[in-house]
Design a protein around this ligand. Sequence first.
Ligand code: ZN
Length: 281
Amino acid sequence: MKFARIGPRGQECPAAVDAAGRYRDLSSVIEDITGIDPRETREFDSVDIESLPVLPANARVGPCVGNIGKIICVGLNYTDHAAETNSPLPAEPILFGKAVSAVNGPYDDVVIPKGSTCTDWEVELGIVIGREAKYVSEADALDYVTGYCVVNDVSERAWQKERCGQWIKGKSADTFAPIGPWLVTKDEIADVSKLALWLEVDNHRFQDGNTSSLIFGVEYLVSYISHFMSLQPGDVIPTGTPAGVGMGLNPPTFLKPGQVMSLGIDGLGRQRQRVVAFEES
Ligand code: ZN
């Protein structure tokens, strides 16, 4: 099952993707798409998706998870990305928060925040939690996961690295968390540890990775994080980015207004964002 949320910001309606790739209105079946208990996603198999109303093809696609409680990101979780940032491989997962006010639709504009000179890109596999997870074992971890999605962990590098304290400063500007287009349930992904993921800016491919290079995999991360905090339905865990971010280029290269980011992950769909300058309203 591929879930989506369609409509204006704050008024998205739950949807499912049909066999032809169209969005079908799921509001007669479920109130919103947030963390769906993975024990219940099978119940959607009895829903005749093809009989539901088709949503307009030009409607906005919102973030594929509504009512996100927290975004817990994993840093330096690909061997090649750790190398390009001259960072040692972490002994344990590096965790940092990203403000939920940064959440954005997959095709919405990304705004370079006021005063930013180092806005950068990061394609990531996102894990969507479907049930409360507290002290769960690695063996049981997937029982708490609804599925996966694409996340662009947009980052302001100077604010992340040079402004003292925690990375959250550089990770949390409004529009810095495009999520979607789809929340794809686990059963549709044959092997989450073998997914190609890529990102282009103005059609030049900068990131071309594979989740096989993750240092800490999905089960490990869910279990690990659940020993520090409970994970709740609708929480999202972006799992880290492969090599090819702007900060790692020689010379470092950052986003400019007018550029377009395109990114995707095998089986999870594609995002596309125009980069725009901040404007005082
Ligand atoms: Zn990241």
